[in-house]
Design a protein. Structure first.
Length: 126
């Protein structure tokens, strides 16, 4: 109660009419600037990363590609079910696992990369 009485007893700062207190930046300008920085530092790179990942899964995923899932499982693409979002991976010991296409984190090697590596090794051996 004493605090409330002290707050009411304080005089307001007298500002002459027509003059506004000097503010170096408008608060609205600061909010817009912070949002723009947040967009260009966080949101835009994440959208680009998602777009590239989606494009990789739609266009580059083929049979016999070695992939790594988000769970850390390494396998070879056995088949891709068209019309669905499922991929069948072949693991060691000939085990097969159905996973969603979106759970593939990256493609580690491709059949074409393997054949190029074999060709390069053959030319170096000669």
């Amino acid at each position: 109660m004493l605090i409330a009485a002290l707050l009411w007893a304080q005089d307001a700062v007298a500002v002459p009419k027509g003059d506004s207190p000097a503010m170096p930046f408008n608060p609205l300008f600061l909010m817009v600037a912070l949002f723009a920085m947040f967009y260009f530092i966080v949101i835009r790179p994440q959208q680009k990363k998602e777009r590239d990942h989606r494009k990789m899964l739609e266009n580059n995923l083929k049979k016999n590609d070695e992939v790594v899932t988000n769970a850390g499982i390494i396998g070879i693409v056995h088949s891709i079910k068209e019309g669905t979002d499922e991929v069948v991976l072949k693991l060691e010991d000939n085990a097969k696992m159905r996973i969603l296409r979106s759970s593939i984190a990256r493609i580690t090697s491709k059949e074409s990369d393997k054949s190029e590596a074999i060709q390069a090794a053959k030319t170096e051996a000669k």
